[in-house]
Design a protein around this ligand. Structure first.
Ligand code: DX5
Ligand code: ZN
Length: 220
């Protein structure tokens, strides 16, 4: 098992066969379940909410990584903890009091993540990086699966890696959006620790093999 992690995004699963797709991830070389929660306000799309996460958590045998693309995430921290989230990621752009939000996530026993939109500079995390377990760099504009990867992400990974090293933090770097076998190796070489992949995994003919190959590539 390599140290670079693969997190299939359930947004791209077949919701009419959700238990089948969850079992596929359980049996695969993947490390985490990536769960996208969209509210139609922070992003121009609505995905799914608590009942669906509850159903997923009942069957998932791996770490549940919840990515909140919602306004006012503080309101729901306790709820997501109770639903079985292991990592709770909020958007920097949605948090007025980010430091307080991070503390609240940890108080509920979860790891705290912060996601940055493609336009948000790394330097906004200068004063919180030591409190963050995971930074999710959006490599597409959040809201939809199946979009093309934004190339500037490589620069952002390097800047974030430099910040983490300078501050002596142990924060993981997660890349979310447009990840495929074409960019996986370059992303981990730049400093990524976790690769989220939705449509690339779920639209493939052999999902188990696709995950296996992606994981091997990320750890090559
Ligand atoms: C985008 C979501 C992503 C998305 C990734 O708003 O946060 O997690 O599901 O999907 P792909 O891998 O298809 O770009
Ligand atoms: Zn996501």
């Amino acid at each position: 098992m390599g140290s670079k992690l693969i997190a299939p995004s359930i947004l791209a699963a077949d919701f009419a066969n959700l238990q089948r797709d969850i079992n596929m991830v359980n049996q695969s070389d993947a490390d985490w379940f990536h769960i996208d929660i969209m509210d139609g306000v922070f992003v121009p799309n609505i995905s799914f909410g608590m009942p669906v996460l509850q159903a997923i958590a009942k069957h998932a045998k791996k770490t549940i990584d919840v990515h909140l693309m919602i306004v006012d995430p503080d309101k729901y921290i306790k709820t997501f903890a109770n639903l079985g989230s292991n990592i709770l990621t909020v958007h920097y752009e949605a948090c007025t009091h980010l430091h307080r939000t991070l503390q609240a996530i940890k108080t509920e026993g979860m790891q705290a993540g912060v996601a940055l939109n493609p336009h948000t500079n790394i330097n906004v995390l200068e004063d919180t990086i030591n409190d963050i377990d995971l930074v999710c760099l959006m490599s597409v504009n959040p809201g939809f699966g199946g979009q093309s990867f934004i190339e500037n992400t490589y620069n952002k990974i390097q800047q974030l890696k430099a910040l983490i090293n300078r501050k002596g933090a142990s924060t993981k770097i997660e890349i979310d959006g447009g990840v495929t076998n074409k960019n996986a190796k370059q992303l981990v070489d730049a400093g990524a620790n976790v690769l989220v992949a939705g449509s690339y995994v779920f639209n493939s003919d052999n999902q188990l093999e696709t995950i296996k190959a992606l994981k091997a590539l990320a750890n090559s």
